[in-house]
Write a protein that binds this ligand. Structure first.
Ligand SMILES: NC(=O)c1ccc[n+]([C@@H]2O[C@H](COP(=O)([O-])OP(=O)(O)OC[C@H]3O[C@@H](n4cnc5c(N)ncnc54)[C@H](O)[C@@H]3O)[C@@H](O)[C@H]2O)c1
Length: 261
C-alpha cells in the first residue's frame, strides 16, 4: 500500500474492539492500526500481566480508549471486557477475534496423536471463545455491526504441520456462517478472514513455517506475501457500508494463493 496516501475517515467515530494483540507483529495489531487509520476508536485487550508491557505501548500509540486484560479461559474476564465496553462506549460496531492456541504437544504432533483434552482446549480458546464473544457483543451492536474471526487455508485443505488447527479453523469458519445467519436479522455481519502466512508468534509454533512462507510467496498470483496491514484494511473495508450486503464469507487475504491448483 502507498503509505503516503492518507486513508479516508470511513469509520470515523465507530467503536472497534480488537482481541489478540501480543506485539507489533500480531495480525490483531494490523487490524487495530487500520481501524485507527480510518478514524475508528479502538479497544485492545492483553493476555496477562506478562503480555501487558508489550501491548500497552501499542495501545497508547493507537489511543485505545479501552485496554483490559483478557484470557478467554479465565471465567469472568470476557464478561468484564464487555461490561467495560458497555460502560465506556455504550455500543460496539466492530469485533475482531484474532486468537488461537493449542497445547504444544497436541499442536506439534499429528491429529491422530492429539489428546481429547488438547483438542477440547484448542477448540475452546480458538473457536468457542468467538461464539461467547459474539453473544456478548451482539446486544451492544444496536445499529448493526461487523464481527471477524481469523482463519487459515488449513481449514479446508490439508496443510502439512497444521494438524489439530485444521479441524479447529474449519469449525471456526462454520461458526461464522451460523452466527451470520443468527445475527443477520439484527444487521450484524460475520466473516471469517483467511490471511496467507505471516511471521507472528503464533506461527512460530508451527513446524517448518518458513517453508509455508516461501511457498506462499512463490505461488501467489500477486507475487508476494501479505502483511498485517493488508489484513487490517480488508477488515476495515468489510466494516463499512460499502460491504453491507456481504456476510458469512470466508475472505482470503493471500495474494490469490487459494485459487491455485
Ligand atoms: N500468522 C499466520 O500465518 C496466520 C495465518 C492465518 C490465520 N492466523 C490466525 O490469526 C490469529 C492471530 O494470530 P497471529 O498470527 O497474529 O499470532 P499472535 O501470536 O500475534 O496472536 C495470537 C494471539 O492469541 C492470543 N491468545 C492465545 N491464547 C489466548 C487466550 N486464552 N485468551 C486470549 N487470548 C489468547 C495471544 O495472546 C495472542 O495475542 C490466530 O487465530 C491465528 O490462527 C495466523
Amino acid at each position: 500500500m502507498n503509505t503516503k496516501i492518507k486513508p479516508a475517515p470511513i469509520l470515523e467515530g465507530k467503536k472497534a474492539l480488537v482481541i489478540g494483540v501480543a506485539n507489533r507483529h500480531s495480525i490483531a495489531y494490523g487490524c487495530a492500526n487500520a481501524f485507527r487509520a480510518v478514524q475508528a476508536d479502538v479497544g485492545l485487550t492483553y493476555l496477562n500481566e506478562k503480555a501487558k508491557k508489550f501491548v500497552e505501548p501499542l495501545a497508547n500509540e493507537l489511543e485505545a480508549s479501552i485496554f483490559a486484560p483478557l484470557d478467554v479461559s479465565v471465567p469472568g474476564q470476557l464478561e468484564a471486557v464487555f461490561d467495560e465496553v458497555a460502560r465506556k462506549w455504550k455500543r460496539l460496531d466492530v469485533l475482531v477475534h484474532s486468537i488461537a492456541w493449542a497445547p504444544k504437544d497436541d499442536l506439534q504432533g499429528g491429529l491422530l496423536d492429539c489428546s481429547a483434552d488438547g483438542f477440547a482446549k484448542a477448540m475452546d480458546v480458538s473457536c468457542h471463545s468467538f461464539v461467547r464473544m459474539a453473544k456478548l457483543a451482539a446486544p451492544l451492536m444496536k445499529e448493526g455491526g461487523t464481527m471477524f474471526a481469523m482463519s487459515y487455508y488449513g481449514a479446508n485443505k490439508v496443510v502439512a504441520n497444521y494438524n489439530v488447527m485444521g479441524p479447529v479453523k474449519a469449525a471456526l469458519e462454520a461458526c461464522c456462517r451460523y452466527l451470520a445467519y443468527e445475527l443477520g436479522p439484527k444487521g450484524i455481519r460475520v466473516h471469517a478472514i483467511s490471511p496467507g502466512p505471516l511471521k507472528t508468534r503464533a506461527a512460530s509454533g508451527l513446524k517448518d513455517f518458513d517453508i509455508l512462507l516461501n511457498e506462499a510467496a512463490r505461488r501467489a498470483p500477486l507475487g508476494e506475501l501479505v502483511d498485517i496491514m493488508d489484513v487490517g484494511y480488508t477488515c476495515a473495508y468489510l466494516a463499512t457500508p460499502y460491504a453491507r450486503r456481504l456476510s458469512g464469507e470466508t475472505l482470503y487475504v493471500d495474494g490469490g494463493v487459494n485459487i491455485m491448483a
